[in-house]
Design a binder for this molecule. Structure first.
Ligand SMILES: [Zn+2]
Length: 312
């Protein structure tokens, strides 16, 4: 309906994105800095202000509901946070349904952020038209989510499909402690926050170009690797191998027809997709052919779109 709109909120670790969403489009987007170590209740007044602003600018459209993407495990039937992995620590105690109802008089829905990014891409982006897809986001962390038979996969305890970044692939690793509290998972050995730490601990670091970089991320790894830097080249190959392994495991687990890759990889799309395709062909068990690989259509806003689309 043209005369209605929804609010989609993506509650990130460092930034909160709030979008005015209608018919699969984000018409307006506000981004505020957030400290995820602080309580979510501190952020609610800021969100209320943004949402009120959107209501005023909505051209007479009616606010239909508020959807929220949360970085943790979420009971999406009761709209309650089950586990926050230390982000927004008061979230499990909050009744956000009541908040949305009391402040704005509208319904509220929430789910895990990776799951809603997948939902946004599936409805309106790189996953459109598929019945079965996997999304994997390679960035500061590693997020995954799954659509199976035209539905978001949730499982008995709402964690199905979203822990692909924490499938243990190196059971001997007891040194790289992951954000999940375990060792040897893709996020714990090849996410950008860990690569930054690994680079700085490496004996080659003092003579590596990475030591001069303001920030170590995929872009700097690529740049210095291309310039022949030994440490950057080794870390690049390490990431590629771990990411390909994670993708193959997701394919074996969920049998998608398409894999959508999100995250900060836009400078190397072609190289990455070709590498993953080759690895899937070599190492995957795919007698019906390997799934199609695509880069996300909305690398920064898929979760906002997904959250806003929960009322469609
Ligand atoms: Zn982990």
């Amino acid at each position: 309906m043209h005369d209605e709109f929804t609010i989609g909120i993506d509650l990130g670790g460092t930034r909160i994105k709030t979008g005015l969403v209608t018919e699969g489009k984000i018409l307006d987007l506000k981004i505020i800095e957030a400290k995820a170590s602080e309580n979510l209740s501190n952020q609610l007044p800021h969100l209320e202000q943004i949402i009120s602003g959107f209501k005023e600018s909505a051209d007479g459209r009616r606010l239909k509901g508020i959807g929220l993407a949360f970085p943790g495990i979420v009971n999406s039937d009761k709209n309650l946070v089950i586990d926050t992995s230390s982000k927004y620590p008061d979230a499990p105690q909050l009744n956000l349904t009541r908040w949305a109802n009391q402040v704005f008089g509208v319904p509220f829905k929430m789910d895990n952020d990776a799951r809603l990014a997948c939902y946004g891409e599936w409805l309106y982006g790189a996953g459109k038209g598929t019945t079965d897809m996997v999304m994997i986001t390679l960035g500061t962390g590693i997020g995954t989510s799954v659509i199976t038979n035209n539905q978001l996969l949730k499982g008995k305890h709402y964690q199905a499909g979203i822990l692909g970044g924490h499938i243990i692939i190196d059971y001997k690793n007891q040194s790289d402690l992951c954000s999940c509290g375990r060792y040897g998972c893709p996020e714990g050995i090849a996410s950008m926050w860990m690569i930054d730490r690994k680079a700085k601990q490496d004996p080659l670091y003092p003579q590596s170009k990475l030591a001069e970089a303001q920030k170590i991320n995929w872009e700097t790894i690529l740049e210095f690797s291309a310039a022949g830097d030994e440490l950057a080249t080794r870390l690049k190959q390490h990431c590629l191998d771990v990411w390909a392994t994670a993708i193959i495991n997701m394919v074996h687990a969920y049998d998608p027809e398409r894999i959508v890759i999100g995250g900060g990889i836009s400078h190397s799309e072609k190289e990455l997709l070709t590498f993953f395709e080759n690895e899937l062909t070599k190492r995957g068990w795919c007698p019906s052919g390997i799934p199609e690989l695509r880069v996300a259509s909305y690398p920064d806003t898929a979760a906002v779109l997904g959250a806003g689309s929960l009322f469609d």
